[in-house]
Design a protein. Structure first.
Length: 78
């Protein structure tokens, strides 16, 4: 089998299953905005977050946003 034929077939299949990259860009943008917001709050307020529960909440939200960005990256790539 010719390599050019295989590459052409793979490109054709890739064109048929192209997904929008918008979910990844949105999730990545929200994650970046969250990171900037947390860093600004951390610089302006040395006691941010004020308690253990708030710290867990910020870390949990960060973990959810990272997972969302990772999931959308994989979803778009498949």
């Amino acid at each position: 089998m010719d390599v050019a034929l295989i590459v052409a077939a793979a490109a054709e299949v890739a064109e048929e299953h192209h997904r929008s990259e918008a979910p990844f860009f949105i999730a990545g943008g929200v994650l970046a905005a969250f990171a900037v917001l947390v860093s600004v709050l951390g610089f302006k307020r040395p006691d941010f977050p004020s308690g253990a529960g708030a710290a867990r909440g910020v870390m949990g939200l960060g973990a959810v946003l990272v997972a969302a960005a990772m999931f959308t990256a994989v979803y778009v790539a498949i």
